[in-house]
Design a binder for this molecule. Structure first.
Ligand code: NAD
Length: 296
């Protein structure tokens, strides 16, 4: 299949590589020429602009951009995708953005004669490289069926979450809970250790008891509890505090639009924000445990 791919960053780069490995022809564009060059070396062809990808005879276009402003610009801009892409080309946006923008852009695509799905991912850069991402898809059943085999070359779980925007709804709800649960895990682990328990023994008890969750079991924020977790390598790699802050901002904004309180989410957002302001924005988000621990 001939596929266009825009946004070749930490996630999009390895995702586009997996499409090439599966035998697809991939035409790429990114503002970073280094990112484009790396993909061309791996076998992709390149376009020199967003419009160039749209006009390169592709059947599908995938975007993996930082945030909603970039998605608006790339799709709705004067020389953007919708102004240049032929009707019928399937559009897949895998960026994490708010559900309202996803619905607005998909409606503009539909007016243009282009089917569009939102398909944000979880699984991080490791999942992107390994082709084991989870895709949360919003769109019609027919468009989901068309996209499914393509997404399956980049991911393991491809879940149809309902109509347009619902992929972003699932992503926002999951990351809201993750942001909150990590702070809970940090608080409980810090308290237990301060009261005299060994961190590994405490994690073992929690993980076979009712407090267990992904943040305690797979991604425990206390150093040395889970080998290979960001906590065990000084919070490098993983999912940055500023990315979590972005996702909690999306949850707060989406909640405002439907007049739904996100009380713990708001508190969590402020804690990550204070932590980021102290210069920790690039550390993995589990480093939030530093708010509870005195450095020795
Ligand atoms: P990134 O910043 O590494 O990559 C984004 C890329 O988009 C960059 O290469 C940038 O040059 C390119 N870009 C920006 N504007 C462009 C434009 N107008 N035209 C072409 N290219 C443009 O970001 P990332 O870590 O790859 O994340 C991408 C998305 O995936 C974000 O929405 C993020 O929230 C989400 N996400 C990230 C992770 C993660 O662990 N990094 C996990 C899940 C979801």
């Amino acid at each position: 299949m001939h596929i266009g791919f825009l946004g070749l960053g930490n996630m999009g780069g390895p995702m586009a590589r997996n499409l090439l490995k599966a035998g697809h022809q991939v035409c790429v564009f990114d503002l970073s020429t280094a990112a484009v060059d790396a993909l061309v070396q791996a076998g992709a062809t390149q376009a020199t602009s967003v419009a160039g990808v749209a006009r390169s005879d592709v059947e599908v276009i995938i975007t993996m951009l930082p945030a909603a402003t970039h998605v608006r610009q790339v799709y709705l801009g004067e020389d953007g995708l919708l102004a240049n892409v032929p009707a019928g080309v399937l559009l897949i946006d895998s960026s994490t953005i708010d559900p309202m923008t996803a619905r607005e852009v998909a409606a503009a695509a539909a007016n243009n004669g282009n089917p569009m799905i939102d398909a944000p991912v979880s699984g991080g850069t490791v999942g992107a490289a390994a082709g084991t991402l989870t895709f949360m898809v919003g769109g019609s059943e027919a468009d989901f069926q068309k996209a499914q085999p393509i997404l399956a070359t980049m991911g393991k779980n491809i879940v149809h979450c309902g109509g347009t925007g619902n992929g972003q709804v699932a992503k926002v709800a999951n990351n809201l809970l993750l942001g909150i649960s990590m702070i809970g895990a940090a608080e409980a682990m810090s308290l237990g250790v301060s009261l005299g328990m060994d961190a590994k023994v405490l994690a073992g008890v929690i993980n076979s008891s009712s407090g267990r969750c992904w943040s305690t079991e797979v991604y425990n924020p206390f150093p040395g509890v889970v080998e290979n977790s960001p906590a065990s390598r000084e919070y490098s790699g993983g999912f940055g505090t500023d990315l979590m802050l972005k996702d909690l901002g999306l949850a707060a904004e989406a909640a405002r639009q439907v007049r739904q309180p996100v009380i713990l989410g708001g508190l969590a957002q402020q804690l990550y924000q204070a932590f980021s302001m102290q210069g920790n924005g690039t550390l993995d988000f589990s480093a939030i445990i530093k708010l509870y621990r005195q450095e020795h």
